[in-house]
Design a protein around this ligand. Structure first.
Ligand SMILES: [Ca+2]
Ligand SMILES: [Ca+2]
Length: 269
């Protein structure tokens, strides 16, 4: 009797010890993960993984830490892990503008196991599209969308959910969307790509009426007005000038609902 009771007491402790000991494989993709030090540039996306290589389901906690230069979107990844199954979670890594090119490290740990992931800080690339990756500014952003979606370099309407932007005031106009520059930047042409796919054509769902404005020394100037648009891609050219900010003032969309931008681009001429 005494022996049986002792075994029962030991059993739960043994289970816990087993689940914490080398049953979890840690993974991360891609390696190295590359980060461009711009606020809206599409970079720094790492997929974390935990695989339970044991024979019993368990719960695992991954701790996520990194060098002081890095800002991490999460510091923990906890999950129930069925035996033999890989469970993934996203990690976004950002660095302040001006961060010098270097290789840093993100450390992933489960129990005593660690995986050190190299993080390559890249130089800011030369860009013809001067809006690409710069700080987006909007009057509002719908909770299902990302503020940066309109200047992330992805103009594919089929990937609208992942890389587009729309406002959060349905049926209420105007809405504004644009970019604040950190230094005066020459702009003479703006290209709007509004939602335009087989399922959601621009003539039905796209932006219809909008003004293009540039800001110099705190004053907004309208440099183009478009009315009755039904195209997916609209180019507005004006006298090139150094500006502090660019924005669209969106006055209506073809469904009179939301202001939908897949990508907004700006060029010197
Ligand atoms: Ca986009
Ligand atoms: Ca609105």
């Amino acid at each position: 009797m005494k022996r049986a009771a002792l075994l029962l007491l030991l059993a739960p402790a043994a289970l816990v010890a087993t689940s914490n000991n080398n049953q979890i494989d840690i993974s991360a993709t891609p390696q190295p993960v590359e980060v461009v030090p711009l606020p809206c540039f599409p970079s720094g996306k790492l997929t974390l993984g935990m695989t339970n290589t044991g024979h019993k389901a368990t719960v695992a906690d991954m701790r996520v830490s990194g060098d002081a230069e890095l800002t991490l979107s999460r510091h923990q990844f906890s999950s129930y892990l069925p035996a033999g199954q890989l469970v993934k979670a996203p990690l976004e890594i950002t660095v302040p503008r001006g961060t010098a090119p270097a290789t840093h490290t993100v450390d992933l740990s489960v129990g005593r196991d660690h995986l050190k992931v190299p993080v390559a800080i890249l130089p800011v690339p030369a860009r013809d599209n001067v809006l690409l990756g710069e700080q987006a500014v909007a009057s509002s952003t719908n909770g299902n969308m990302r503020l940066c979606g309109g200047v992330d370099g992805n103009a594919d309407s089929a990937q609208w959910g992942a890389s587009g932007w729309h406002d959060n005031t349905k049926g209420v106009f105007p809405d504004t969307y644009g970019v604040d520059f950190v230094a005066s930047t020459s702009v003479g042409r703006v290209v709007l790509q509004t939602l335009d796919s087989t399922t959601y054509p621009a003539a039905v769902m796209g932006i219809r009426d909008f003004d293009v404005q540039v800001r110099v020394g705190g004053t907004w100037t309208t440099v183009g007005e478009i009315r009755g648009n039904v195209e997916g891609r609209v180019t507005v050219s004006f006298d090139p000038r150094p500006v502090d900010a660019v924005q669209l003032v969106i006055r209506d969309s073809n469904d009179h609902g939301y202001s939908r931008i897949v990508e907004l681009e700006g060029y010197a001429d």
